[in-house]
Design a binder for this molecule. Structure first.
Ligand code: ADP
Length: 159
């Protein structure tokens, strides 16, 4: 069984994250979405709310997807969960720089856990959770960015 973790803030999950997760499921039998809690990063949604949104919008895939909150380093979590790979998404060249550093730092921490990257459909290359939150704050149209369940949660938060 091929197992991977897909770590991220998912604050909130967008169509871009969902696209990456579905692509990863073509390669891995089990994908563990790890919601990271960074003590230094200010999040919009509580970790439990982020888990709830991920589970709801990916409910058709839950036979192969698990969703957990992570408070440890991702490589250590990956090892504990029996994963061999960490899935990440790449949008533009700007992502590359950050992911490059992260991959090599993770490799120093654990040589056996490798990183694997997927590019989204070009409809989502511009999309980030930050953009979605900014559009929500100004009551913009979010229909192309995230599923209705997530949009409702965002609208409740900014009310
Ligand atoms: P983090 O704070 O760890 O970057 P995010 O939730 O912002 O967490 O992103 C998690 C992963 O998903 C990252 O690898 C990011 O590049 C990827 N990702 C997010 N949105 C998209 C998108 N629209 N297309 C491709 N990858 C994406």
């Amino acid at each position: 069984m091929r197992v991977a973790v897909y770590p991220g803030s998912f604050d909130p999950i967008t169509y871009g994250h969902m696209d990456v997760a579905k692509r990863a499921l073509k390669v891995f039998d089990r994908l563990i979405i790890l919601i990271s809690v960074h003590p230094s990063k200010k999040a919009f949604f509580k970790p439990e709310e982020r888990v709830d949104m991920v589970k709801e919008v990916l409910k058709d895939y839950l036979d192969n997807i698990d969703v957990y909150i992570s408070s440890d380093l991702t490589v250590y979590e990956a090892k504990k969960l029996g994963a061999t790979h960490m899935v990440r998404g790449l949008r533009a060249v700007t992502d590359f720089e950050y992911e490059f550093q992260l991959t090599h730092a993770n490799r120093v921490l654990d040589e056996e856990i490798d990183s694997i990257f997927f590019m989204t459909d070009n409809k989502y290359v511009f999309l980030s959770s930050t953009t979605v939150k900014e559009v929500a704050l100004f009551k913009g149209d979010l229909t192309k960015f995230a599923p209705p369940y997530v949009i409702n949660k965002l609208n409740e938060k900014v009310k």
